[in-house]
Design a protein around this ligand. Sequence first.
Ligand SMILES: *Cc1c(COP(=O)(O)O)cnc(C)c1O
Length: 368
Amino acid sequence: MKAKPQVIGLPAYKPGKPIEEVKRELRLEKVIKLASNENPFGASKKVAEAISQLANQTAVYPDGYAAELRNKVAQFVNVNPNQLVFGNGSDEVIQLLCRTFLTPDTNTVTADPTFSQYKLNAVIEGAEVREVPSKDGVHDLDAMLEAIDEKTRIVWVCNPNNPSGTYVNEEAFKSFLAKVPNDVLVVSDEAYFEYVTASDFPQTVPLLEQYNNLIILRTFSKAYGMAALRIGYGIANSEIISLVEPVRPPFNTTTFAHAAAIAALDDQQFIKECYEKNVEGIEQYVKFCKKYNLKYYPTQTNFLLIDFGIQGDEIFDFLLKKGYIIRSGNALGFPTCARITVGSQEENAGIIQELSAWLEERKVNSVG
Ligand SMILES: *Cc1c(COP(=O)(O)O)cnc(C)c1O
């Protein structure tokens, strides 16, 4: 077989260990996964109701245009229905953008470290990836601007950024947009939008009136607690959408995801409660970090990147034995960090207790 050269040797996505496997291998009764920024409180009850009502609808193809959901989201974010594209998760929207805009003759600009899917999909299209080092976890927008040339087609702003949790504020984002050439697509990936607390976080939807080269990505996978249903979307001007739509597989999102997303949008009380519990959860971790003088990255998300000053893999292995699956910073571009998803109050307290005991013990040993 002769695959595209850029695909040969490309590692497949390594998912976190499944809970059941960890239980069996380590003989643990309870294992808690705080590794993928999923909602620890699940989803709105309305979501399960909506799906179960459709249980006998499996034989018929979904509405490929997602018309009902399209109208609902259009109303919710206050744009026209033709300004939306739906994907099998926002991961797929990222893929569609790369397929639409990138060729081996072009390049794309990302921050580093950032969400891995931008680079992966760009590499598959054969485009050059220009990774611009961040400053203390925050996108260096000036350096990203400098990396743009006449062959640049897409620039990615992950806001708030995964894995650092940090954000680009409204003023910085606006001045960036004003300087990016208007034939370069600016992606604002807002997967954690619902968790944002900062009052100066950019309001990007109104910016679409001024900028034809902007697309905003949102998802139902994180705060909405619907990662298993795979549904996310892009918001842009209709010209961008009409370029991407022919590239989209005709039935890429399901009947179940459509109905569930409509129901989920109707339960904003659930989102509000999750937001509030997340704020409290972050406070638990911040208190812990301050007590032990650990550097952490200020977060606008439902996860925290904490610097333990030793290999992230060591933290990962330690917590795994205690029944907690987190993400080591080693694979995320922050080798001395761990990325921990904010869980329920009890889950956070449990993890903090284990880490505290471990840090106390290390302190004693290093003194002794
Ligand atoms: C989780 C995540 C996504 C993808 O979510 P989907 O489940 O594919 O909708 C996209 N961008 C960032 C930054 C994420 O963290």
